[in-house]
Design a protein around this ligand. Sequence first.
Ligand code: 5GP
Length: 175
Amino acid sequence: MPAMPTPLYTAEQIRTRVAELATSLATRFPTDETPHFVAVLNGSFMFLADLVRAMTRPVTIDFVRMASYGSATTTSGTPRLVHGPNSDLRDRHVVIVEDIVDTGLTLHKLREHLLAAQPRTLDTVVLLDKPARRRATVPVDLVGFRIPDRFVVGYGLDCDGAHRHLPYLGIVEAS
Ligand code: 5GP
């Protein structure tokens, strides 16, 4: 059994913040248009599920997967798009839904791919922002929580497959 993470944000704190993000997002686009959420697997699945349920308007959803982190708590180099998107982004109001932006390299690469598909707008919402290790300048429109340079798990984020199911966010020591 892996050691339990040190709590960082409770499920209640996350729920409150996600509702605020949903409210901000809902007012960002014309009411007669449906924003298209592109969520980055695997870490953003819980965030996405709560975010769309907190939205007061319809959205459409697609998923992408980037390969960047291996099994450790440090980056393994250049991120690649390995799955998706499986939808036509042209002329859509696309919103990237990401769990965490750390160096920014993953988001930078993903934005390049999605911009090539010519969306009308491309926004990004991240649950967590770790500005300390940023290496690429990427626009992030909405941030749930700005956090220090620690390895975070829970609420969809894992460490070697562990802790992803937890309803709260916590810190584990890097291995
Ligand atoms: P970046 O390319 O911005 O360095 O990293 C983005 C990806 O790295 C995230 O989508 C996430 O999968 C992973 N990552 C970065 N920091 C953490 C962290 O503290 N915890 C977990 N579980 N994953 C992280």
